[in-house]
Structures are given as structure tokens and as C-alpha cells.
Ligand binder design. Structure first.
Ligand SMILES: Nc1ncnc2c1ncn2[C@@H]1O[C@H](COP(=O)(O)OP(=O)(O)O)[C@@H](O)[C@H]1O
Ligand SMILES: C=C(OP(=O)(O)O)C(=O)O
Ligand SMILES: [K+]
Ligand SMILES: [Mg+2]
Length: 592
């Protein structure tokens, strides 16, 4: 579709680029369109193209690619006609997360962490100081789980995170996770856990108890429970952490005998199995988003959370429905919708669910209760891969450091599991009980951080990243240009071993396309809106900055360089590649 390749070279007698544009600009094939060589200083490229009313450019429809060899090298796909509005005249400041800034200064940007970290906030971490300790420890996203606690409790947490961001300069995003309408136990009458011993008889009841729960009794949230289970079924708490056999049904009470002892946590998930298979007919009839979830979603929208994670997604339809609901209500930009992949149905409809969502979570806790445990690693690998191909961020969640709920060091197996998720280059890792109610939340976060850093470095040094086929995903020609630019820029960044990629992005899309390529260097993403910046926190390798910028790249770059240099974040001589979604350009340059 490109109609010409425009080349700007100081001397037409030694036009290096002109003589080998196919090698320098497009390594894959010789262009099938004319190459027009001009003598212009690069700073006037935009002007000269605009002024060019000559026959080789149709000012309303020409697509051209520009290249220059005068030191700065501009390559880009531009649509000719639109007159650019004058650059905005803001005085300009730059905002970056205080922790990231410290990390960048300490380690230099090559060794900043690429894998993002999500912490579930619970009683162990809900205080201001505890939240700050997590922010300092590298928490990029705070997750609140609406399965637990009251809305007031969660509102207080959100308020504290916001205050932390404002007062101390962090940029922690907030993810609200819905309860979903699967079957789970009640809250154990206030106890933090209950131990079921081998052979004990427990009562699972749908009765509402006015006073304290009788001993060895658990409430079940789903009214049809006593009808649906059969004597002889196996009842699994939390995907098999504790197991019971159903031995008797008495009205609303189901008597069960413990066969695998263990600790039951409040509101733990319940599944029942018959003849070796999960009984899921009834679950399939429950709505993905319950009436309580809709109230929680309204709460999340009112509070302006950054992400809403939907539990037990079965189809793309529910995601589309929720997204239009949010679009009609959210005031400050939109809220990203994360599909939790934790059921057999979600695996069946994986591609279409992920396509409809803004990201996904490998929710291994419930997933491992619905498919045999030995199938979970393959499912994880597949989900991570599909997300990367469709350019959606993916979180690997549950039991990454489960033993650290009680102990200050992880098991070797847990470290290996974390390493595998980092090696798969998932966007983010998540702590659940480890940070919500464990004894060592900060230590657990430190383990995620240091394992991520070490594995990322190891794989960069070994150049061991397997190449993943990244299909075209754009639906418009302009989208295709953005993808090509990002793929090329990431490849150039690796080949030239640049220090950083810079991306100027309004919606964050261009930044995510770069992240999708998983380049060796970090990606500095500059965006004008705080909400976009917070959302970019979830994506692999992105260091989001808030910066007002114009569509004059030259002035954006100069401004960024001076602001970053003033803060000692870059220095003269650093090599960067800059891309932008306003001009759809690539520039390679040394920081002046
Ligand atoms: N807001 C909260 N209030 C009280 N306890 C919580 C809260 N959030 C999480 N927890 C505790 O942390 C545990 C782990 O959290 P998470 O993995 O998010 O939930 P679940 O175990 O329900 O899947 C929960 O089982 C619960 O005991
Ligand atoms: C993350 C999960 O969801 P939740 O903690 O809400 O059950 C999971 O099941 O792994
Ligand atoms: K949940
Ligand atoms: Mg779950």
C-alpha cells in the first residue's frame, strides 16, 4: 500500500541509504515502490513533505515511508495530508513512580525488572505502612478480592493506595476481583481457618445460622447445594487442599467425612466430583456475574479502579457485556477487564475470551480444582502464549509461594515455579494468601522480585528467548503500520543493543505492541493520562511515565531528554530508539 519510500540524505553523491534501502530499511525484501531521494535537513522533513505538492504525492491519500541518514535516522510510515496542530505549550514535567526511579538510578535501565508484580491485599497488608512497604518492595498492582471483606473495608484500602500514590509518588494500580457465583463455604463464623482431621464428620449446610456456628459445621453459599450433591460424591475444598466423602443428606445439611485432612480457609471454593468427574451442570447454569458481583462492579466503577478481574468467565459474551456496561458508566477513561481463566469452559473458549478482554489471569487455584493438576502447567503455557499473540497482558496467579504464608523462605520447587512463569515471559506474577493473610508478605514479594530479576538477566545473557510467532492482529491499515513499526523497532533495539526504547503513546496501544515483542531493553512509555499510565503498570517491560507531549517528535524528544537528564535517569551518549503513535515513526539516536 505504501506508494513511495522517501529518502533524505545530505549528499546525493553518496546516498548510502538510497543505494541499499532494501538492506537498511527493509531487511526482508526490495521495495516494490519508487524511492525518491531528496536533500533536506532532517529537521525539515515534516515541513518539506507538507510543502510538497508535486505530482509524486497525492496530498489526500499518499502513504510514504521516510528515511534519513543524517545521524538521526528517521524511518516511519506517515499519512501525508493532515496538517498537524501546533505543539501544545505546556511547561512540562515528568512523573515516574518513585520506586522505579530509584531502581533505574541504582541498576541502570538495562537491569530494571521487566516482570510486573501484583499483591492481593488482605488483613496482613491493609494498613498504610504495610501498603507502603509493598510499594517499596515493587508492587505494581494491588488486588482486592471481593470474595472477602466488606465494601467499606475495600474502599479504605483503595483510599490508602491512592494517598500513597499522591503523597509518596508511587503509581500502584488497583485491580478489583469479583467473587463470581461458584460454590464456596461461608466465613467460618469469624475464625481465620478451621482444621479438618482425618475421619472427622463435618456438616456442610445451606441453613442460615442466627447464632454462632455449631462445631464442625460449615455454611455453603449456594441454596441448591443439598439438592445437587449425592451420597457417595467427593467434596473438594479449595481444589483438593481438603477432601470429604458425602455420607448422608439430612434436609439442608450434608454430612461429610474427611478423607484428606487439612486447613480450610474462610470462603474457600467447593467442588464436588462424581465417578471421577467434576459435577458442573449446575455451575454452568449459574451466572458468571452474580447480582452481588454487579453491585461490586458498580462499586469498582465509582471508585475508579484500574482493572476489574472477572472470576469464572465462561464465554466472550460476558466480557463484551461488561465492557459495554463499563463504557456507559466509567467517568475517567475506561477500566480494563481481565478474564480469569479458571474453569473448563474458559479453556474451551480461550481465544475468543482473551480476544474480547483487556488481559487474562491464569487463576491456577480454581483451575486446578476443575482440571487434573498435571494439566495445569500445559494450560498455563497455552494461556500465556495466546495472550502474547493477541497482545493482552497475562498474570500468572495462585500458590506461587504458598509455603511463605507460614514460613520465611520459599521451597526450591516454588522458586522453580516462579522462574518458569518468568521464563515464559508472563506480564505479571501475583501473590494471593502470601500477601493477603500470610506472615511474610514483604519477604514473599522480595522473592518474586529477586527471582524475576535473576531469571530475566540469565535469559538475556544466554540469549535464550525462543522466538514466538506474532501474528498480525490489527484490523485497520493504521493498526498494521503500528505493528510493523513496533516489530521493527524491537528488532532494531535488540540488534543495535540500544539502552532503551521510548514510546510516546496516547492510549497505551503502541506501548503494549512494543511490550509484546519482549525486547532486550526496557521500554520507557510516555503517556499524558494518569489512568493510562497506571494501566501500563501491568505490562511486561514497560516503565510508564506521565508526560504531556505534542505531536512534534523533535520537541518531545528534546523535552524528555532534558527532563530525564535532570533527574539522572539517562545520560549523554545513551542510545535510544523512539517510536510514536502520532507520527508512526521510528528514530534512532544518542542522547545529546
Ligand atoms: N479482604 C480480605 N479480608 C479478609 N481476608 C482476606 C481478604 N482478602 C484475602 N483474604 C484472605 O487471603 C486468602 C487468600 O486470598 P485469595 O487467594 O485472594 O482468595 P481465595 O482464597 O478466596 O481464592 C483468602 O482465603 C482469605 O483468607
Ligand atoms: C486467582 C484465583 O481466584 P480467587 O483467588 O479469586 O479464587 C484462583 O482461583 O487462582
Ligand atoms: K475472586
Ligand atoms: Mg479463583
Amino acid at each position: 500500500m505504501s506508494q513511495s519510500l522517501h529518502l533524505f540524505t545530505p549528499s546525493t553523491r553518496s546516498p548510502n541509504l538510497a543505494s541499499s534501502p532494501s538492506k537498511q530499511c527493509y531487511p526482508y525484501q526490495k521495495p516494490s515502490f519508487p524511492i525518491l531521494t531528496r536533500r533536506f535537513p532532517v529537521t525539515t522533513v515534516k515541513l518539506s513533505i507538507r510543502a510538497s505538492s508535486s505530482s509524486d504525492l497525492d496530498p489526500t491519500s499518499s502513504q510514504v515511508v521516510l528515511a534519513s541518514d543524517n545521524g538521526k535516522g528517521v524511518v516511519g510510515g506517515v499519512l501525508i495530508p493532515a496538517m498537524q496542530p501546533p505543539p501544545s505549550q505546556d511547561s512540562g514535567s515528568i512523573e515516574v513512580d518513585a520506586v522505579t526511579e530509584a531502581e533505574l538510578k541504582e541498576n541502570g535501565f538495562r537491569s530494571t525488572r521487566r516482570t510486573k508484580l501484583v499483591c492481593t491485599i488482605g488483613p496482613a497488608t491493609s494498613g498504610f505502612d504495610q501498603l507502603e512497604a509493598l510499594a517499596v518492595g515493587g508492587m505494581n498492582v494491588a488486588r482486592i478480592n471481593m470474595c472477602h471483606g466488606t465494601r467499606e473495608w475495600h474502599r479504605d484500602v483503595i483510599e490508602r493506595v491512592r494517598r500513597l500514590n499522591e503523597e509518596k509518588g508511587y503509581a500502584v494500580a488497583i485491580m478489583m476481583d469479583t467473587e463470581g457465583s461458584e460454590i464456596h463455604m461461608g466465613d467460618l463464623g469469624g475464625a481465620s481457618s478451621a482444621k479438618a482431621e482425618d475421619g472427622e464428620i463435618w456438616t456442610f449446610s445451606v441453613r442460615a445460622f442466627d447464632s454462632a456456628l455449631p462445631a464442625h459445621t460449615v455454611n455453603v453459599n449456594y441454596d441448591g447445594f443439598a439438592e445437587d450433591v449425592k451420597v457417595g460424591d467427593e467434596l473438594l475444598v479449595d481444589g483438593g487442599m481438603v477432601r470429604f466423602d458425602v455420607i448422608e443428606k439430612i434436609g439442608p445439611d450434608v454430612k461429610c467425612q474427611c478423607t484428606d485432612p487439612g486447613l480450610m480457609l474462610p470462603r474457600a471454593n467447593l467442588t464436588f466430583w462424581r465417578d471421577g468427574s467434576l459435577v458442573r451442570e449446575r455451575n454452568a447454569m449459574l451466572p458468571t456475574i452474580s447480582s452481588k458481583d454487579w453491585l461490586d462492579i458498580d462499586f469498582g466503577i465509582a471508585e475508579g479502579v484500574d482493572f476489574i478481574a472477572i472470576s469464572f468467565v465462561k464465554s466472550a459474551e460476558v466480557i463484551n457485556h461488561l465492557k459495554s456496561y463499563i463504557a456507559a458508566r466509567a467517568r475517567d477513561g475506561d477500566i480494563a477487564v481481565i478474564a480469569k481463566i479458571e474453569s473448563i469452559d474458559s479453556l474451551k473458549n480461550l481465544e475468543e475470551i482473551i480476544q474480547a478482554s483487556d488481559g487474562a489471569m491464569v487463576a491456577r487455584g480454581d483451575l486446578g480444582a476443575q482440571i487434573p493438576l498435571e494439566q495445569v502447567p500445559a494450560a498455563q503455557q497455552k494461556i500465556v502464549q495466546v495472550c502474547r499473540q493477541l497482545n493482552k497482558p497475562v498474570i500468572v496467579a495462585s500458590q506461587l509461594l504458598e509455603s511463605m504464608i507460614e514460613y520465611p523462605t520459599p521451597t526450591r520447587a516454588e522458586v522453580a515455579d516462579v522462574s518458569e512463569a518468568v521464563r515464559q515471559r508472563a506480564d505479571a506474577l501475583m501473590l494471593s494468601g502470601e500477601s493477603a493473610m500470610g506472615q511474610y508478605p514483604e519477604k514473599a514479594l522480595t522473592v518474586l522480585r529477586s527471582v524475576s530479576l535473576r531469571i530475566e538477566r540469565w535469559w538475556r545473557e544466554e540469549k535464550r528467548h525462543e522466538v514466538m510467532e506474532l501474528p498480525d492482529i490489527g484490523t485497520s491499515f493504521s493498526d498494521n503500520i503500528s505493528e510493523e513499526i513496533c516489530n521493527s523497532a524491537a528488532k532494531m533495539a535488540n540488534n543495535l543493543e540500544v539502552d532503551a526504547l521510548f514510546v510516546y503513546t496516547k492510549t497505551g496501544h503502541m506501548a503494549s505492541l512494543l511490550s509484546r515483542c519482549r525486547p532486550d531493553c526496557p521500554i520507557f512509555a510516555f503517556t499524558a493520562t494518569t489512568s493510562v499510565r497506571r494501566r501500563l503498570n501491568l505490562q511486561w517491560g514497560l516503565i510508564p511515565f506521565r508526560l504531556s507531549f505534542s505531536d512534534d517528535m523533535e520537541s518531545n524528544l528534546n523535552k524528555t531528554f532534558s527532563l530525564l537528564k535532570a533527574r539522572n535517569l539517562i545520560k549523554s551518549g545513551d542510545l535510544v530508539i523512539a517510536v510514536s503513535d502520532m507520527l508512526q515513526s521510528i528514530q534512532v539516536m544518542n542522547v545529546p
